[in-house]
Design a protein around this ligand. Sequence first.
Ligand code: THU
Length: 133
Amino acid sequence: MNQATLEKQKEYAKTAASHAYNRYSNFAVGAALSLKDGRLIPGCNVENASYGLTNCAERTAIYAAIAQGIKPEQFAAMTIYMPGDKLYSPCGACRQVIAEFFPANAKVHATCDAEHTQSWRVDELLPGLFSLP
Ligand code: THU
């Protein structure tokens, strides 16, 4: 993915983060799920008073895409935005869900408020994933 495309996806994910329901952590996460046709699907974290029920931005984007009738075959990449100057990687639960829907060689890109970014292949994020035959 070129720099301009990544920058566009970062801005999209950052806007999605502004929609976060994050009253417990006050940490706003956004995701931009990119499709092969260039469309972007937004996701943000949605928290709950029963903390374990919180849904991360990455999973929100994936589930929203599926609910819209978009097939996983159309999924291209995922860009996440987390606030601050530090880069974070997706949580373990999101890695399993990302691995369910994306090919092993698809890319996940982490962005933040600083310039730097980090990218992983899906199979780098979750080697030896659980999958049923
Ligand atoms: N969070 C995400 O949305 N994605 C991740 O990959 C890690 C964490 C959210 C969950 C919670 O609402 C907040 O960040 C703090 O953990």
